[in-house]
Design a binder for this molecule. Structure first.
Ligand code: GLU
Length: 496
């Protein structure tokens, strides 16, 4: 069998370290078996997918040294590798499932589904579709189609028994069919859902091993059923352990920076970051901590993955990065890397339009822009307190801003401005008063360029990390306090 694996990111945000981690293991597995590794873009969620995010994901993976044999940018014989360009394929297969009685059209209104969910939640029963449209008569279906009633396509799923399948790392997994929803395969706009597109593409692209995060285990029964409906061979599944925060919760941007762009901006070496990701649940046969991607690929064995939730510990990564800098880079190389990192043209050109207004000599640039090439800033609590009338106010402004900014889908200065302006209005504060502590938290000084522009240049993870750092100077927020704050926050008008 030719081993073919893939990474299938959805381009809906900044490139996530979890994507790189799964990509690394897929690539290592394929290469260790002389096979191929593919990149497929799963952009069926048209509302949230952006070309910018797709571009950033591919750049970030390449920056880490990962590369793929087939993909939207390199081509291949199974393209297109972007799901939005494959809609007709999915529609054809959905029709086949309907014709074979393995899927059905569902005309239920959102109100009905909402009511159903409410009732099921109240009765504490399994929340899912009740099969209402699965037995509609032929004439009834035709009548609704002629009347142009909108519909989705759902799959039939057995209501009894269990789905049993093997996982390369976990052995046999059994899930009750009763827990599995009659999944929507095609949405009312004719676009496929993840489940349908994923299965069809994995088959058509000849994927032999589906290696992905453990959050997809519960979706496996739907996928297996679809393979069976189509009469296709089921690939071998391997669900990798999820990356975790230090407190063992699922790695989330609320607690840890998760964007690869953050680690780039912090000045981590790609060699060190990929090395660290290789240590997530996996170890070298000799257990050494520092190894290159090439060294990992040479000895990779998926059976060495251990299932205990690997902790993504930024402090350990920092330590490893230091080892890489000291042991692997000559002064010459370090100089080149630093020059490329801090003073590359692109970065200077984004910053200079702001800086030039305030420059008299070249030497003004360093103090003006040093916060853009720093990690956490050396600020003191007093610097922050000087900008507000009370600790309480400072705490509220910081925490509320973090929440508002976490909810932002596009990280652009105008969107940031709007979100913060709405927040300040909701809190009954003049924008200037509201922004004052943010200047210190983000740029370390109240005389810096617009804080919105600074945030855009720093990127969402770095901006949030700085706001969290400022909160930490206040001694952090206790659980009880957080609850009270949340209550007030939720009472504020939402962002426009
Ligand atoms: N598009 C899915 C994701 O964003 C892919 C999951 C899979 O690998 O099947 O993670």
């Amino acid at each position: 069998m030719t081993v073919r694996t893939r990474i299938a990111p959805s381009p809906t945000g900044d490139p996530h370290v979890g994507t790189a981690y799964v990509a690394l293991f897929n690539m290592a597995f394929a290469r260790s078996h002389g096979g191929q590794f593919l990149l497929r873009i799963e952009d069926t969620d048209q509302q949230r997918s952006t070309a910018e995010s797709e571009q950033k994901i591919m750049e970030a993976l390449r920056w880490l040294g990962l590369d793929w044999d087939e993909g939207p940018d390199v081509g291949g014989s199974c393209g297109p590798y972007r799901q939005s360009e494959r809609t007709l394929i999915y529609q054809r297969y959905a029709q086949q499932l309907i014709d074979n009685g393995q899927a059905f059209r569902c005309f239920c209104s959102n109100e009905r589904l909402e009511e159903l969910r409410r009732r099921q939640t109240l009765e504490k029963s399994v929340v899912g579709y009740d099969g209402h449209c699965s037995h509609l008569e032929h004439e009834e279906i035709n009548r609704r189609l002629t009347a142009n009633n909108p519909f989705v396509v759902r799959m039939h799923v057995p209501r009894e028994g269990q789905c049993c399948f093997d996982d390369m790392l976990r052995g046999q997994i059994s899930i009750d069919w009763g827990q599995i929803d009659l999944q929507i395969l095609l949405k009312a706009d004719g676009m496929p859902t993840y489940h349908l597109a994923n299965v069809i593409d994995d088959h058509l692209m000849g994927i032999s091993h589906v290696i992905r995060g453990e959050e997809w285990i519960n979706s496996a029964p739907k996928h297996i059923l679809l393979y069976q409906y189509f009469g296709w061979e089921v690939p071998i599944f391997c669900h990798l352990p999820l990356l975790r925060n230090i407190d063992k919760s699922k790695l989330s941007k609320r607690k840890n920076p998760t964007s690869i762009l953050f680690y780039q901006r912090m000045g981590y070496l790609p060699e060190a970051l990929i090395n660290y990701l290789g240590r997530m649940g996996w170890s070298m046969p000799d257990e050494r901590e520092k190894f290159s991607l090439l060294e990992m690929l040479e000895v990779f064995d998926i059976n060495r993955v251990s299932l205990g939730g690997p902790v993504f510990d930024v402090e350990k990564l920092r330590w490893l990065n230091g080892v890489w800098i000291r042991e692997e880079l000559t002064d010459e190389q370090l100089a080149n890397r630093l020059q490329e990192w801090a003073f590359n043209r692109e970065r200077l050109l984004t910053f200079l339009p702001f800086a030039r207004q305030r420059m008299e000599t070249f030497s003004d640039v360093a103090p003006l822009g040093s916060y853009l090439v720093s990690g956490t800033l050396p600020i003191e609590l007093d610097d922050l307190l000087e900008t507000v009338d009370s600790e309480e106010r400072l705490l509220t402004i910081l925490q509320f801003s973090i929440w508002r900014l976490e909810a932002l889908e596009t990280w652009h200065r105008d969107a940031i401005f709007q979100a913060l302006k709405d927040l300040s209005t909701g809190m009954d504060l003049k924008l200037k008063v509201f922004l004052a502590p943010l200047f210190i938290a983000i740029a370390g000084s109240s005389s810096s360029i617009s804080v919105m522009d600074s945030m855009q240049m720093l990127g969402p993870d770095m901006a949030r990390a700085r706001l969290r750092h400022a909160l930490a100077l206040l001694g952090g927020v206790g659980k009880k306090k957080l609850k009270t704050l949340e209550k007030t926050y939720l009472g504020l008008p939402p962002s426009s």
